[in-house]
Design a protein around this ligand. Structure first.
Ligand SMILES: C[S@@+](CC[C@H](N)C(=O)[O-])C[C@H]1O[C@@H](n2cnc3c(N)ncnc32)[C@H](O)[C@@H]1O
Length: 217
């Protein structure tokens, strides 16, 4: 697959990919925020659920373990990280489909999913690709479907702002700026979403982790 030049792998540098899980677990309060995100999604048996930018599959595996009757698909652009995700799911004995593809050109039909979730992903995208991705998520959701996102958000105080510079140095300023400026809700709105809410703001050592929810009406 060809990536555009803006493609940012899980931890910016490929040699860090194998260290991704332990680093994220220690630094982002991962267990807590991913559990809260899954709880917010209120997933029912037989729901079709998409995890966009699924990386090593931790969120998708959490979804499947919480809602075992759901049909869970994870999509990511990086074949190397998808292999890690498949191995992890196998080890955890959960059935999840992991597809390779890009978030702004999702290989799914209109109105295919009940829920789309995503974590630690949108700060990897340029402004234009954030908007294209939200439009794609809106397209593949059913009417009444829900989108639940956890990612770096507008800092709740100056200290959180200063801590977020670490992410900006690691992942680059271009794609991370819209997050810290609190632009994700406006992008969701211009992509057609309704009922856009900030559900939670968690302090981490890399800044404020924000949980957003929105609906396709
Ligand atoms: C920081 S990781 C987050 C992984 C996972 N969601 C988590 O919570 O740990 C970001 C992921 O987004 C993927 N990615 C970046 N740009 C992408 C795009 N346009 N489409 C699909 N995946 C993309 C990267 O390969 C990487 O696995």
């Amino acid at each position: 697959m060809q990536h555009d030049s803006e493609y940012i792998p899980a931890l910016r540098y490929r040699w860090l990919t194998s260290l991704y899980d332990p680093i994220i677990a220690i630094t982002t309060r991962e267990k807590k925020f991913k559990k809260h995100l899954i709880d917010l999604a209120d997933i029912k048996t037989n729901d079709a659920v998409l995890d966009v930018g699924c990386g090593t599959g931790t969120l998708a595996i959490g979804i499947k373990k919480t809602a075992s009757g759901a049909n869970v698909i994870g999509i990511d652009g990086d074949p190397e990280i998808l292999e890690l995700a498949r191995r992890k799911a196998q080890k955890e004995k959960v059935e999840i489909v992991f597809d390779q593809g890009l978030s702004f050109d999702l290989p799914y039909q209109n109105s295919q999913f009940d829920r789309c979730l995503s974590s630690l992903f949108f700060h990897h995208l340029t402004l234009d690709n954030k908007l294209r991705t939200f439009r794609e998520i809106h397209r593949v959701l059913k009417i009444g479907g829900q989108c639940h996102i956890a990612d770096w958000g507008k800092p709740t105080n100056l200290f959180m702002r200063l801590l977020y510079y670490q992410i900006q140095v690691l992942d680059g300023f271009k794609t991370t700026r819209d997050n810290v400026e609190g632009q994700l809700p406006a992008l969701m709105q211009s992509s057609g979403f309704s009922n856009i809410l900030i559900k939670e703001e968690l302090a981490t050592i890399f800044g404020t982790m924000t949980l957003y929810s929105a609906k396709k009406l």
